[in-house]
Design a protein around this ligand. Structure first.
Ligand code: SF4
Length: 512
């Protein structure tokens, strides 16, 4: 295991990334100061954060599930398992639609979730006589000293996974407007005028904020569940890609029950596939018309699963929790779980990934080295089939390609390593992680990046960030500033802050 001690193999003086070359021209915490100002300004516009928090902050706590998920209970003491938190509803009606919640020993049920400060708000807000609220399955409140409704109700005030002020900073608690594509933001002109090196330096600082923000989430989860468990939850959630984050994360939460007990000997990847797919509700019970190869593989999985099913019955996920339509075959949860099963079955997996961080020859070689560390060997079935139902492919396909490896590096592995190194006060290792993060090649495009390009970076040479870190920096600016403003950029301080950096303007954080 990685120990948070100084590692003599680290060579912090090697290849400096873009961040290191550029940062000395700006105050190193300039973006952090700007961000704190944006959060403070947004807080002043809303209800102040201390207890009770603004309802909007509670919504974000629920949306990101920033509480000890394993400890949630209704006010009358029943265990609550959140299989899916639902989809944030910004229209009239309950705050979250189509959540999937299991209460006590009842089977999981879908329904809506309403967030309020107190149980009394249910009646005070007239929800009890509003038909739009008739499908509410769970009432989530900040604090409760009484339980005046028959609705299952949970209180979050003692269940948060980090102190409220820390969460306030972490969460995107701004208005979160859906900004129209193609409308250039007020900051675009100022960013265009900024010397390219400074612009890059600013986004590099924002990227570092984003890295540390993700690291803080790992640290919060590790306090409750341990570092390794926090890592697996991050990995599986990331493998869920856009649509299946929550069911994948739920399966990761069940990991301690899916792995053999201490001292019970190793378990093979096929057995773990059967467990993950079985608990996940992704093993078809029957499949008329399946070809002989697929049917034979399904039988092998069922031969294992039918013996184990009963012992895991209380953790079974309903099929409805998955979103499978529109998912590309390469991202299908069956395939992602097959990959996770290979990793979980490999007793040396974590050690290999740790070695990758400390030993990879250079930051340039790191992406290929990570792909090699995460690769699994040929799998008789999964190398040749995208999903359980897919026909045999003419050529074998790897279970993990470079785009997902980049996604895992930027969103999970590097933040997790940084978090551990920071917890162990290992500044050299933190710096090593930051260096690797700064040098990582650009990831695939996504909606937020497209928005950042159109609104912030239009007409600048940086409109296509060359590294994943600069992409992350652009996303962070969107989260910190655009999400707290609106489509007309009203009240946004970012353009003024940038403008003051332009040579000839009043100095604001630039070093001479
Ligand atoms: S809201 Fe602010 S940061 Fe976002 S595009 Fe407008 S001026 Fe730029």
């Amino acid at each position: 295991m990685l120990t948070p001690q100084a590692d003599p193999k680290l060579d912090i003086g090697e290849t400096g990334g873009e961040m290191q070359r550029i940062m000395p021209t700006l105050a190193p915490d300039l973006y952090l100061q700007w961000r704190a100002g944006a959060v403070a300004a947004a807080s002043l516009r809303e209800t102040p954060p201390p207890s009770p928090p603004a309802e909007r902050l509670l919504q974000q706590v629920w949306r990101h599930q920033r509480f000890r998920r394993g400890a949630l209970k209704t006010l009358d003491g029943q265990r609550v398992t959140i299989l899916h938190p639902g989809f944030w509803n910004r229209e009239a009606g309950p705050d979250f639609r189509d959540a999937l919640v299991q209460i006590g020993d009842d089977p999981p049920r879908s329904g809506d979730v309403e967030i309020d400060l107190s149980p009394d708000n249910w009646r005070q807000h007239g929800h009890h006589e509003n038909p739009a609220y008739r499908h509410v399955r769970l009432h989530v409140v900040w604090e409760a000293d009484a339980h005046p409704t028959a609705l299952p109700t949970v209180s979050l005030c003692h269940a948060l996974d980090a102190p409220l002020p820390e969460l306030q900073l972490w969460l995107d608690a701004g208005p979160g407007a859906d900004l129209p594509a193609g409308q250039t933001g007020r900051c675009a002109a100022a960013l265009r005028e900024l010397p390219a090196e400074w612009r890059t330096g600013l986004f590099a600082q924002a990227a570092k904020v984003r890295l540390q923000r993700k690291a803080a989430q790992f640290a919060a989860r590790a306090r409750d569940a341990g570092w390794e468990q926090a890592l697996w939850e991050g990995l599986l959630a990331a493998l869920g890609y856009k649509h299946n984050v929550w069911p994948m994360r739920r399966l990761a939460e069940l990991r301690p029950r899916l792995l053999p007990a201490a001292g019970a000997g190793p378990v093979d990847a096929l057995t773990l596939q059967a467990r993950l797919l079985g608990v996940g509700g992704l093993l078809p019970a029957e499949w008329p018309g399946a070809n002989a190869e697929n049917a034979a593989f399904l039988r092998r999985l069922w031969d294992i699963w039918w013996r184990e099913r009963e012992g895991l019955a209380d953790g079974l996920l309903p099929r409805a929790v998955w979103r499978l339509s529109g998912v590309r075959p390469a991202n299908h949860p069956q395939r992602r779980l097959a990959l996770a099963a290979h990793w979980l079955a490999d007793a040396h997996w974590l050690r290999r990934v740790e070695t990758w961080l400390t030993d990879a020859d250079s930051d340039t070689a790191a992406p290929d080295a990570l792909l090699a560390a995460l690769a699994v060997g040929m799998d008789d079935f999964w190398s040749w089939h995208w999903t359980l139902r897919s026909a045999r492919m003419p050529r074998p396909q790897p279970l993990l390609g470079p785009p997902r490896a980049t996604d895992l590096a930027i969103n999970v592995l590097l933040p997790w390593f940084w978090s551990r190194a920071d917890a162990g006060r290992n500044a050299a290792l933190c710096q090593r992680v930051e260096q690797r993060y700064a040098a990582w090649p650009a990831a695939e495009d996504n909606t937020v990046l497209r928005l950042a390009r159109q609104r912030l970076l239009a007409g600048t040479a940086a409109s296509r960030p060359r590294t994943a870190a600069l992409q992350q920096g652009a996303i962070q600016v969107v989260r910190d500033f655009c999400d707290r403003s609106n489509a007309r950029c009203e009240g946004c301080r970012f353009p003024d802050l940038v403008r003051r950096l332009i040579p000839g303007s009043a100095p604001a954080g630039a070093r001479p």
